[in-house]
Every structure is written in C-alpha cells, then in structure tokens.
Design a binder for this molecule. Structure first.
Ligand SMILES: C[S@@+](CC[C@H](N)C(=O)[O-])C[C@H]1O[C@@H](n2cnc3c(N)ncnc32)[C@H](O)[C@@H]1O
Length: 314
C-alpha cells in the first residue's frame, strides 16, 4: 500500500478538462492517486497510459485497479516492460520505462495523438526508504541514489569527482543553495574527501551537522533534504529527462490537449517556463502562470509546500 499523498489532485483533474472517451497519459504513476482520479472520469473506449520507472509503483497500481489476472499483468510488465489491462471498458497501458520514451510507447500502441498528459515530478514518499542512499536517515547506506542500478554514476562518485565549481553549480541549480551556505558545504566536502573518499550517507549528513552553526540553519533536516535533493537530481539526470519529456509530449498532443506539470523547485520551473516561451504555448492556470496548493492541503501534506501546477495549452 502507498503512503504517498497526491499533490494538487483536485486542481490537476479539474484543469485537465477530461473528455470521457479520450486518450490520457500519466507519466509519473507513483502511488497512483492521479491515475485513479483520471480513470474515474473515463468511459468505455477511452485509453489511459501510465508510466513509472519503479516496478513497485506499477505493482501497486495493478493491485489498485483490481482487475482479473493481476499476477499475469505484473509478470508481463516485468518481462516486456509493458502490459495492457481493461477496466470498465477503458484500455489501460502500463509501462515500466523512462517517460522520455513516450513517443515510442504511443507509436507501438498505435496511438497517434492524446488529449491530456500529466507529470508530477520527482519521487514519491514510498521511494525514500527504498532506494539506497536516497534518504538522509539511513546513515549506513552507500551514497548511491541511482534509480536505475544498471547504469550511470552513483552519488558518491559525483561527490568524489566533481570540481569545486561543478559542486557549487549542482547545489545552486538543484537546491537553490547560494552564497555562504553553498561555499561552506562545498569547501567541507572537498576538505573531507582529501582525507577519505565519500562512501556512506552518514558522511555527507555529518558535514551539515558539524557545520550547522556556520551554516545558520534553523532546521538541519531541511538542509539535509536540499543537499540530498541536488545529488538525486544530478545522479538521475532529471533535468535533461524533463526537457526531453516536454518536447515529446508536445509532439503527441491534440490541438486542444492539456499538458500538466507539477514542479517542486526552481530549476524545474525554469525548464517549464523556457519550454512554454520557446514553443509559444499558453499557461492557463493561476495569476503567475501556475496553481499553488490551498492552505488546507499545505496543512496535511508537507510535500505540497513547494509544489506548483503548470497547465500548458497549445
Ligand atoms: C511524485 S511521484 C508521482 C505521484 C503520483 N502522481 C501520485 O498521485 O501518487 C513521481 C513518480 O515518477 C516516477 N518517475 C520519476 N522520474 C521518472 C522517469 N524519468 N520516467 C518514469 N517515471 C519516473 C517515480 O518513480 C515516482 O514514482
């Protein structure tokens, strides 16, 4: 069962203007909250395509939709990265691939254009403890953070190899860590690795804890979150994936389709805003171009604090 509380759920569904018989894509299935809400609005003949890199999110969703043959569906996704299911006449395509492969998946399913696409970026609450090195709480874990264990550098590799400027840019871009705080953390990382290279989560959290006075941090955990967030984004190539995903989403949208992106930090926001400007698209939600969660949601879901929903039209 999922612990993940969907962010901006009502706002996302309301602004998607769902056509009951249309084709919709949820690029980030996670705990399945957004997908289930879309599924609720769909009628016989409609299509829902769901993506997640994490097989556990897929298995959880297959259980949630509660259709005949759940084990067969799960096994098929494990073997072929994809399977189909049917619920109340809606065709559901379940995909265990990176969301930047959207066009490939749609063309092999013979879907030319879609009526709406949503992406709720980042990682779900369920994943924090499940991916090695992703949580700052698990001090003895290896600093890995790779979602896909078969390729790419680990978080410890970046920490041990990046030059001073690369480290500074990473913390600034992916966690808005600037000025003295950025300088202190980077200098301490470099000082530490001159003696011993980074291996474990606790070695990185110690840097924030031992320097908390100089860093002027009121909430040490918040600082851990920001440091770990920047490494996670760098390790998993999240910004490049976002760019690719936005471009391919645009190519698959019907004339009146909506593309909804939920962002959690300024670098993601910048990528979305540039994409909208470069392609002369329209943002239709809220006064600043995006929709923020209501106070009621902020009170019950910490993760919603930095969330922004961008509703993009052609
Ligand atoms: C914030 S969660 C989504 C939560 C979901 N909207 C809900 O209501 O529960 C983001 C999900 O996207 C997945 N994800 C992140 N990057 C991905 C990528 N490049 N391709 C496919 N899935 C990705 C993560 O595994 C995670 O499960």
């Amino acid at each position: 069962m999922t612990k993940h509380k969907s962010v901006l759920l009502k706002e996302t569904i309301r602004n998607l203007s769902i056509i009951g018989t249309g084709a919709y894509v949820d690029l980030t299935l996670g705990g399945g909250g957004h997908s289930l809400a879309i599924l609720n609005e769909l009628q016989k003949g409609a299509t829902l395509v769901v993506f997640d890199l994490d097989m556990r999110a897929i298995e959880n969703f297959v259980d949630l939709i509660n259709v005949v043959g759940t084990d067969n569906i799960k096994n098929e996704v494990k073997e072929s990265k994809q399977a189909t299911a049917e619920k109340n006449g809606v065709n559901i395509i379940i995909v265990n691939r990176n969301f930047n492969e959207l066009e490939d998946v749609l063309s092999s399913a013979k879907i030319d254009k879609v009526d709406g696409i949503i992406a709720d970026l980042g990682w779900s609450s369920d994943q924090l403890g499940g991916i090695e090195g992703l949580s700052y709480m698990n001090l003895n874990e290896e600093l890995d953070m790779r979602f896909n264990k078969s390729d790419g550098l680990k978080a410890k590799d970046l920490l041990n190899a990046f030059g001073k400027n690369e480290l500074k840019k990473m913390f600034e871009r992916y966690a808005d860590l600037r000025g003295n705080q950025n300088e202190i953390i980077v200098n301490e990382i470099i000082k530490r690795r001159e003696k011993n290279s980074f291996e474990k989560v606790g070695e990185l959290t110690a840097i924030v804890e031992e320097n908390s006075i100089n860093l002027h941090v009121r909430n040490v955990n918040q600082m851990h979150s920001r440091v770990f967030q920047s490494l996670r984004i760098a390790v998993n190539n999240e910004i490049e994936n976002l760019r690719l995903m936005l471009e391919s989403s645009l190519r698959t949208m019907n004339e009146n389709a909506k593309l909804e992106i939920i962002t959690f930090h300024s670098t993601e926001e910048k990528v979305v805003k540039n994409f909208v400007e470069e392609n002369k698209l329209n943002l239709t939600g809220g006064d600043n171009g995006y929709i923020s969660p209501l106070v009621e949601e902020l009170l019950i879901n910490k993760r919603a604090r930095s969330a922004k929903l961008w509703v993009i039209n052609k």
